[in-house]
Design a protein around this ligand. Structure first.
Ligand code: FAD
Length: 314
């Protein structure tokens, strides 16, 4: 069985949930092998073993995480010879790694993937999410960037073999050094790109203060809060929470859009969500074209009632 390499996405000692989703997927495609880059593997070893990789490659040298993406590409390039595929998270960094790696391997890359069949046909979202395409890399080792929340987690506890890897970085890989890291305030809510429920507000929310209504529903559901660009550009909510083409891509189990019209650039970031609910007072709003459940009404009446009902049932 060919080895399916999974780049483990981790930061500040925390392994991102998408890494476990990728390991789950890798097991259905071949022999899953995790790739850990940077220090700190020992603290994460048990959690990684729960998702059943047969092997873990550990490139522990701290220098590897001191530069922007290129060293990670060199580690993966070294390991990828003969692998069946390389899976990375379809995050900003993951997609950059995927593209660079595919060039190095002289193979092909598929990004924004939401599913992969055992013969490595990927279902992915293209042209800003307006088309779902099936595609397969036809040359070399496929590099596949999979969206967080696209794969249902399935544990398969095991005891992977651990192999230490050393990589002599090229000068080119040291081209962009990380000089400082500022950890953004995370708060109590789940990470937007990893959350299984996201509640977003748009221009219809009408002001920064009113975002409390959106946060109230989000908190009753244990959800992350998102916002349209109209809301972030107006300064009502921080830009880091913008969903869409120029913001974050999310693919939760449930996406609630309140006071959002459903512009193509917003859809690009959320339309692969499993279930989409919209609250909008305009029955002609384009968001209603893609929802599973739509409520035509004033969000200031509908959302608080929803929050109250959910809170009551908990
Ligand atoms: P609007 O389009 O103004 O819609 C507001 C909606 O709220 C309306 O449908 C209205 O009926 C409804 N409403 C008003 N009051 C209420 C109420 N009380 N109750 C219920 N409903 C109410 N946008 C993004 O979101 N993300 C991006 O990443 C992004 N990137 C872009 C990149 C480019 C290059 C460009 C050109 C645009 C981008 N945009 C992006 C902007 C996008 O085109 C839209 O302008 C934006 O998404 C609109 O946000 P909105 O739906 O909140 O506002």
């Amino acid at each position: 069985m060919a080895e399916i390499l999974v780049l483990i996405d981790h930061a500040d000692g925390e392994v991102k949930k998408v890494s476990f989703e990728l390991l789950t997927l890798a097991r259905s495609l071949g022999e899953a092998a995790a790739v850990w880059i940077g220090p700190g593997y020992e603290a994460a070893a048990d959690k990684i073993a729960e998702y059943g990789p047969a092997k873990v490659y550990v490139a522990a040298d701290a220098e590897l995480t001191g530069y922007v993406v290129a060293p990670k590409v060199e580690v993966l390039q070294q390991l990828a010879a003969g692998a069946g595929a390389v899976l990375v998270a379809a995050t900003g960094e993951g997609k950059e790694i995927a593209g660079r790696l595919a060039v190095r391997l002289d193979s092909g890359v598929l990004t924004d993937v939401v599913g992969v069949t055992p013969d490595l046909v990927a279902e992915h979202s293209v042209f800003g999410g307006s088309v779902i395409a099936h595609a397969k890399v036809t040359k070399g080792t496929p590099v596949i960037a999979v969206r967080p929340n696209a794969i249902a987690l399935e544990a398969a506890p095991g005891s992977p073999a651990v192999e230490q890897v050393s990589v002599a970085l090229s000068d080119a890989a040291k081209g962009a050094k990380i000089t400082d890291r500022v950890v953004q305030e995370k708060g109590e809510r789940p990470d937007l790109t990893e959350a299984s429920i996201v509640v977003s507000g748009g221009r219809g929310v009408g002001g920064a203060e009113n975002f409390k209504v959106i946060e109230g529903l989000a908190d009753s559901l244990g959800a992350a809060v998102g916002a349209s660009r109209a809301a972030t550009d107006a300064g009502w909510y921080p830009h880091q929470f913008q969903v869409g083409q120029t913001g974050k891509t999310v693919s939760p189990q449930l996406y609630v859009a309140a006071g959002i019209s459903g512009a193509i650039q917003h859809r690009a970031g959320m339309q692969t969500s499993k279930t989409i609910v919209a609250v909008n007072k305009d029955p002609e709003a384009p968001i209603f074209e893609l929802v599973d459940f739509g409520v035509v009404g004033d969000l200031f009446q509908v959302v608080p009632q929803l929050t109250e009902e959910i809170t009551k049932r908990k």
